[in-house]
Write a new protein. Structure first.
Length: 201
């Protein structure tokens, strides 16, 4: 059984264009060209916006992306769901991984530098790319996005596993650039349960 049935989408060119524009705008606001709480020093900003785009698309009219609002404090949360639930979206980049491996072996991460964020919940996302440059580590051609699931802020803090800079993430071969907290994909709640649990029906 596919644990991500109904939660995997082919990434549209419209989404790519929007994410690229938002990433350029955000990165240009920082003198160093990246977000302070970015694990990839800004290189993953576009993937992050793809995550926000598809989370908002999933919940449609009951959600709103606020990270692209120039008046909003996008460092603290990305999306409002049901007009009051603050949701911070965390996205990882990978080459192809079968959904069974993604579920059973994958891990989601929150950087320690994001500790100032206090959302109601975290939403976790995976973006699958066609290829990665082995030298620059830059990703090319996003293809598939998977909405992996969610976890409340408090549950994440209780169940997280701490990672230190220099450790290797076995789920994607990524060497950790900075201290972070991880949670296994198999421990996340399905995005399909979120509306009911937030009593938005």
């Amino acid at each position: 059984m596919n644990p991500y049935e109904g939660c995997r989408f082919k990434i549209s060119q419209t989404a790519i264009n929007w994410a690229h524009e938002q990433a350029q705008a955000v990165n240009n606001k920082k003198k160093q060209g990246h977000l302070n709480n970015s694990i990839l020093k800004g290189k993953g900003t576009e993937a992050g916006f793809l995550g926000e785009y598809y989370w908002q698309r999933y919940f449609k009219e009951i959600s709103e992306i606020i990270s692209s609002d120039p008046k909003a404090d996008y460092y603290n949360h990305d999306i409002l769901i049901g007009e009051k639930f603050r949701c911070e979206i965390k996205t990882k980049q990978r080459r192809y991984w079968g959904y069974n491996n993604l579920f059973s072996q994958g891990e989601a991460s929150v950087a320690k530098s994001s500790s100032h964020q206090t959302p109601h919940l975290y939403g976790f996302t995976n973006v699958q790319y066609e290829r990665q440059d082995p030298n620059t580590k830059e990703w090319f051609n996003p293809e598939i996005i998977t909405l992996l699931g969610w976890m409340s802020y408090n549950d994440f803090k209780r169940n997280k596993q701490q990672w230190q800079a220099g450790q290797k993430d076995k789920s994607n071969g990524f060497v950790v650039h900075q201290d972070m907290d991880n949670i296994k994909h198999s421990e996340l709640k399905s995005i399909k349960t979120l509306i009911k649990e937030l009593e938005l029906e």
